[in-house]
Design a protein around this ligand. Structure first.
Ligand SMILES: [Zn+2]
Length: 84
């Protein structure tokens, strides 16, 4: 089972428990199979908040994308399709 580190809580978890964000056209977008640099996040509101607040998302994406709006991120976390 591949393990990935959440950019919110920084815990390492099995990949299926996390959603992936990828840099696409300067935006962080959900997508497990999108090419390019990505970062991983627990499907958890507290991790989403922590990741946005700390600036961990643009940092993990090497500045290739800005952090998404928290409201959008929360929406993606509840949409299972968004991670696929
Ligand atoms: Zn987390």
């Amino acid at each position: 089972m591949p393990l990935r580190k959440c950019v919110g809580c920084r815990q390492v978890k099995p990949q299926p428990e996390l959603m992936r964000l990828a840099a696409e056209n300067g935006q962080a977008v959900p997508g497990r199979h999108k090419p390019g640099r990505g970062c991983w996040l627990c499907r958890d509101a507290s991790c989403a908040k922590a990741a946005v607040k700390s600036g961990a998302i643009p940092r993990a994406l090497k500045g290739q994308a800005a952090a998404p709006e928290l409201s959008r991120l929360m929406q993606w976390l509840t949409e299972s399709e968004a991670a696929d």
